[in-house]
Design a protein around this ligand. Structure first.
Ligand SMILES: NC(=O)c1ccc[n+]([C@@H]2O[C@H](COP(=O)([O-])OP(=O)(O)OC[C@H]3O[C@@H](n4cnc5c(N)ncnc54)[C@H](OP(=O)(O)O)[C@@H]3O)[C@@H](O)[C@H]2O)c1
Length: 337
């Protein structure tokens, strides 16, 4: 495959290159793309140096697949140009997620919806992916009615500038602020921009995207998204009410058997998911699994995953792998590496 990584110099872009290399994605030609600011910069992939190019040059090169992690505006402007040139775009931004003509895909759940006609495919929000990975098997068995989620999100979810802000604060140096307030020793109930209804855009992504991925509008999600000074992954406290009653041992068993999900749940040994543990891993970790004693058929759990991996890069590469395995993408180039 001739592959373009758009946003290669960013937080997600860097992990994308690692994940492509680790999974040995078959690449005959790699195009590393970023803004005009970065054109000419050198980046390394599998010990080989590549020069960063601009978007127009990348479209002209007609890659088979372009994986975008360069913000919503860039995707809105450029994904259609790649698609027109015959490229299949997998987009990490929120630009196309709720577009009814675009698929919103978590491969373990709904990759079977993909066809060769899909030229722009949306990767869900990082907080959404980890939540639906754990909810999907439970929804199938017990049918969800309502989910209440509070997130504890890593600064890496905001990008390079936010990680730098936290590092500057720790080092006691002045620098550019990604957030309106200090993030060290703080918790900001503010992820992405505020909307008319008083919720943030991140909270509305958590409310709407799961219905589209699970292809079911009969359940609802109410979210509060909070930024905290961690770097390894996002955590979520999830309270879910089902139509049917459940057995806790069966819930643990269902989650344990779900590919991509690892149960870490033993209060006797202080075993529970944490960002420090999830960091650098592809799985979604679930623990603190317990019955909500205040309401019928209701479960509490704690879900943690590395937002840059399953929340972004790994999910996107899994989509690319699925397209390739199922011959849903044009393969115009001979594989040489
Ligand atoms: N961080 C996460 O956990 C996460 C998870 C899921 C999805 N996402 C999404 O992934 C995207 C990137 O996030 P990030 O955290 O990696 O941000 P980031 O660290 O700020 O990186 C942004 C990347 O986009 C490039 N870019 C910005 N403006 C561009 C333009 N006009 N044309 C071409 N390239 C441009 C940047 O290039 P320069 O270096 O040249 O500026 C950089 O490579 C966002 O859409 C975000 O919503 C992020």
């Amino acid at each position: 495959m001739k592959v373009a990584v758009v946003g290669a110099t960013g937080m997600v872009g860097e992990v994308m290159l690692n994940v492509l290399a680790e999974r040995n994605f078959p690449i005959s030609e790699l195009l590393l793309v970023a803004s005009e600011r970065s054109v000419g910069k050198k980046l390394t992939y599998k010990n080989e140096e590549h020069t960063v190019i601009g978007l127009a040059d990348a479209v002209a090169a007609r890659p088979d697949i372009a994986i975008f992690s360069a913000g919503g505006g860039t995707s809105l402007d450029w994904a259609p140009k790649f698609a027109e040139a015959g490229t299949t775009v997998i987009d990490n931004s929120s630009a196309w997620r709720m577009d009814p003509t675009k698929k919103l895909v978590v491969p373990e759940i709904n990759a079977n919806e993909l066809t060769s006609e899909d030229k722009i495919i949306a990767n869900p929000n990082c907080s959404t992916i980890q939540m639906v990975m754990a909810l999907n098997p439970l929804h199938k068995k017990y049918q969800m009615k309502r989910v209440v989620v509070s997130t504890y999100q890593s600064v890496s979810g905001t990008g390079v500038k936010a990680v730098q802000q936290l590092e500057n604060e720790i080092a006691g140096v002045q620098g550019e602020m990604a957030y309106p307030y200090p993030i060290g020793r703080n918790a900001l109930p503010h992820c992405d921009v505020f909307l008319e209804n008083g919720y943030t855009k991140e909270e509305m992504k958590l409310a709407r995207e799961p219905q589209k991925i699970l292809d079911d509008r009969t359940f609802s999600v109410s979210a509060t998204a909070v930024r905290i000074p961690t770097a390894g992954g996002h955590s979520e406290s999830v309270n879910v009410e089902f139509h049917k009653d459940f057995d806790l041992a069966e819930v643990r068993e269902l989650l344990s058997q779900t590919p991509g999900v690892t149960v870490q749940d033993n209060p006797d040994t202080n075993t529970y998911p944490m960002p420090i543990y999830a960091h650098g891993k592809d799985d979604v970790f679930v623990g603190r699994i317990r019955r909500d004693e205040t309401q019928r058929n209701t479960l509490n759990m704690w879900i943690v995953s590395d937002n840059l991996r399953k929340g972004a890069a790994t999910n996107a590469v899994q989509i690319a792998e699925y397209l390739l395995e199922n011959k849903l993408v044009a393969n115009t180039s001979e594989v040489v590496s």
